[in-house]
Design a protein around this ligand. Structure first.
Ligand code: SAH
Ligand code: SF4
Ligand code: F3S
Length: 452
């Protein structure tokens, strides 16, 4: 009963949490399998950010739980944001769950699993569902283990948990709790360990990374704790590239902007959520900035780092979003010229301050607005990619591409995906690639032969 399959929904934080759970379970002698059908234990790490994300996970959990009729020893657990959000109420629709584990309890999964397995082996009646959702002091410090089967060329590192903002549409503060930072030393140690095992690139994760430890640690030489952390990671031998996600316009100050000129390992790529291009809607969303302020920050970053690649998040169809509001979003979205974006149709989340506003923008209108932004994005992204044809880009080779014999996939510093013929021994290296072909989402090229 020791083969575990973990399916992850949601954001990079969740991916990171799943990895940490996998590493902890592996440490206890479980094996992590790639195929659901091979597993004795199935864990779903869930997301609540939109209704659809929850429905997907509930559907999946129901489907898996029905397999218990044939295989009564199958163990099924739900972890993460939806577990936290819905708690024991999940049992109304999914009475067969063995585990419901919240976002501050990932590190307890091995212990809970052991208990479920022990009682199944005891031949007694099946135990009640274990529901573990309490807040736990210091839980942000428990997501620090990584799987160590071969080098993880690029790795996520959670530097904090939770969120203290109050965006009116967002459920994350409820599912993830208040902001809690890990100490700089612990993060540095984790990254050093990763580097020693072959990791070349780290992405620092938090709901608002630039707010990292603002309450816990002092500003030193006018540098925020987040900037101090970036400086420390920039010093670590073996790490070649640093990324982070997501920052917020609030607290995006000169000390952070200058990092793009000063820290050679910080990649020329920024994910910078705008959410809307209308000040009226931003206010209703409780996003405490204006579009002008948002754009000033981007202008300043582009001064310091010309050619930086910028991506964003936008929600269309927030309650009260008129044609005029959307037109402002469209204009700013087009003017700024994002290289990538995650576009979301507004979804009402229970318990948020926007919930009482309902969902007055019709689905078709949301679809239409979404499509308009997709089209702009496609055009921008293709233009940007095509502009690279003929140039040589530094690519970190991550591993075999999904399709094509002998083809490998890597990324540029600007986070563009590159497909290139290569060999296994080059995985993990930074290689010059001449770009020959471009689509909206990918670049294709050839290695530039280096003198040995
Ligand atoms: N902490 C990050 C966002 C995390 S959630 C930040 O503030 O930038 C990821 C994205 O999901 C958000 O940026 C937002 O665009 C989208 N999102 C959050 N709640 C949503 C909702 N109720 N409906 C639609 N999209 C939503
Ligand atoms: Fe949600 Fe806003 Fe916090 Fe981001 S900053 S996680 S959108 S509440
Ligand atoms: Fe991430 Fe979804 Fe939770 S976006 S923080 S998994 S609600």
């Amino acid at each position: 009963m020791n083969r575990v399959f973990i399916k992850t929904y949601g954001c990079q934080m969740n991916e990171r949490d799943s990895e940490a759970v996998a590493a902890m379970l592996r440490g206890k002698g479980y094996s992590i399998v790639d195929q659901e059908m091979d597993a004795d234990v199935i864990l779903l790490n869930t997301c609540s950010v939109r209704e659809q994300a929850e429905q997907k996970a509930i559907g999946k959990a129901g489907h898996i739980a029905s397999r218990k009729r044939k295989n009564p020893n199958l163990i099924v657990g739900v972890m993460g944001c939806m577990a936290q959000n819905r708690g024991a109420d999940l049992l109304d629709s999914l009475p067969d769950l063995d585990l419901i584990v919240g976002t501050q309890k990932f590190h307890r999964v091995p212990e809970h699993l052991e208990n479920v397995i022990a009682s199944l082996k005891g031949q007694g009646p099946r135990p009640d569902t274990i529901v573990d959702l309490e807040a736990e002091d210091g839980s942000q410090n428990t997501i620090d283990t990584h799987l160590e089967d071969g080098p993880q060329i690029t790795a996520f590192v959670s530097i904090m948990q939770g969120c203290n903002m109050n965006c009116s549409y967002c459920i994350v503060p409820k599912t993830r709790g208040p902001e809690r930072a890990r100490p700089i030393e612990a993060i540095v140690e984790e990254v050093e360990q990763l580097a020693a095992n072959g990791t070349r690139e780290v992405t620092l994760l938090g709901q608002i990374v630039n707010q990292y430890a603002v309450r816990e640690f002092p500003v030193v030489d006018r540098k925020s704790p987040f900037v101090q952390l970036l400086e420390r990671i920039n010093e670590i031998d073996g790490i070649e590239r640093i990324r982070f996600t997501s920052p917020h316009p609030v607290g995006f100050r000169e000390d952070l902007i200058e990092c793009y000129a000063r820290l050679p390992k910080l990649c020329e790529y920024l994910h910078f959520p705008m959410q809307s291009g209308s000040d009226r809607i931003l206010k209703a969303m409780r996003r405490p900035y204006t579009v002008e302020r948002f754009r000033r920050i981007i202008d300043r970053i582009r001064e310091v780092c010309p050619g930086i690649y910028i991506s964003t998040d936008v929600i269309v169809g927030f309650p009260g979003e008129t044609e005029e509001d959307f037109e402002l979003t469209r204009q700013h979205f087009d003017d700024i010229g994002f290289d990538m974006a995650y576009l979301f149709k507004y979804s009402v989340r229970p318990g948020t301050t926007a919930e009482p506003l309902g969902d007055p923008v019709p689905v078709e209108v949301k679809e239409e607005r979404n499509q308009i932004l997709i089209d702009i994005l496609g055009k921008n992204s293709l233009t940007r990619n095509e502009s690279l044809i003929g140039s040589v880009e530094e690519v970190l080779l991550e591993g075999p591409a999904r399709r094509g014999e002998g083809m490998y996939v890597g990324r540029t510093r600007g986070y563009r995906k590159v497909i290139v013929p290569a060999s296994p021994r080059l995985v993990g290296q930074l290689l010059p690639v001449r770009i020959e072909k471009a689509t909206i989402s990918s670049l294709f090229g050839q290695l530039v032969l280096q003198e040995e």
